[in-house]
Write a protein that binds this ligand. Structure first.
Ligand code: ZN
Length: 327
């Protein structure tokens, strides 16, 4: 069962929402903003579980045992619409119309009709307009929670009708705790993933499934060969797709950022300590700061091009040159 005590690293959001429950001000429209993987959907579920719980004596702590709690946990509560679009798929007007129809009826088992919409910015224009109409004249006792990491893509008229609840990146320490609680991984790997996911436990967990640590190893091996043989030909990407190549680029950028920080005597925390005492680290550490920034700039440009339309094969071909110093 999901409750507020399960949400780590989002004190402000949790405090605010608990207060809404305690003061009986749960209905209305909320906009959960902030990076994905930071607990926005989990928090929405905790909020609704507490709201629906039939044994709820302390407003923000659900019992976890009643039928309402069980149904909400499984996202099967009849008074709750939960929209999760598939990756890169729009939310269509038909889906919003279904929600509108449901909201016109009295709630079946609780006092509220609730709608959670993940990736709310994926609503089509038509869907957004239909949703806006519902927000303008919401049925009594209705609760809307829109979740997005791209608020700027929502209609301003939708944003202005919502109370924004901001979620921030989770601290490295909290991210490590969260992912080690849910997956069996070594502490050092957990630290790397916490940094690399930029404080998104959700993204870090995803990376465990995709064996990002294994690919990091491969990249470090390539960098080590460069350092030991002064030969850049070993940098090669043969069969990588767009997403993999983007992640590998991010790892390379992170590595050179780390070197730059060390050169400028700034605290270097991104890569593990064990790497800082290697031939590769010493080799690249001798680069001038201008050269390191030049490499980073070229890598960032390739990453940007990859998010546009450049062919991944072509990107993979120009990548070694970007590290060597030829663009
Ligand atoms: Zn309950």
């Amino acid at each position: 069962m999901t409750s507020f005590s399960d949400i780590k690293g989002q004190k402000n959001a949790v405090r605010f929402l608990s207060n809404c429950l305690l003061k009986n001000r749960a209905s209305g429209s909320y906009l959960f903003t902030g990076p994905s993987g930071t607990g926005r959907a989990l928090t929405a579920k905790a909020f609704i579980t507490a709201l629906f719980c039939s044994n709820n004596t302390i407003a923000s702590e659900p019992c976890g045992k009643c039928l309402s709690c069980l149904k909400t946990e499984k996202r099967q509560h009849p008074d709750m619409f939960w929209v999760t679009p598939e990756k890169n798929k729009n939310i269509k007007v038909e889906e919003v119309r279904d929600i509108c129809a449901g909201f016109c009826l009295k709630p079946y088992e609780s006092d509220f009709n609730v709608c959670v919409m993940e990736e709310a910015h994926m609503m089509t224009r038509e869907a957004s307009n239909a949703f806006l109409k519902m927000l303008e004249q919401p049925p009594a006792r209705s609760l809307f929670i829109l979740i997005t990491d791209q608020k700027e893509l929502l209609l301003p008229t939708i944003i202005s009708r919502c109370i924004e609840v901001r979620f921030s990146s989770v601290s490295v320490g909290d991210t490590v705790d969260i992912i080690r609680n849910l997956a069996e991984i070594e502490e050092e790997e957990a630290y790397f993933l916490a940094h690399f996911s930029q404080g998104s436990p959700g993204a870090a967990l995803q990376m465990i499934n995709e064996d990002v640590s294994g690919r990091k190893k491969k990249i470090l091996e390539m960098l080590t060969r460069i350092a030991e043989e002064d030969n850049y030909d070993c940098l090669s990407w043969d069969k990588e797709g767009r997403d993999y190549l983007t992640e590998d680029l991010e790892m390379l950028i992170m590595f050179f950022r780390e070197i730059a920080m060390a050169r400028e005597n700034l605290e270097n925390v991104m890569f593990e300590k064990s790497i800082q005492d290697t031939s590769m680290y010493r080799f690249f550490g001798k680069y001038s700061i201008e050269k390191i920034y030049g490499i980073m700039e070229r890598l960032i440009n390739i990453k940007l091009a990859l998010s546009g339309n450049i062919n991944p094969k072509l990107a993979a071909q120009i990548l070694p040159g970007a590290v060597r110093g030829k663009s």
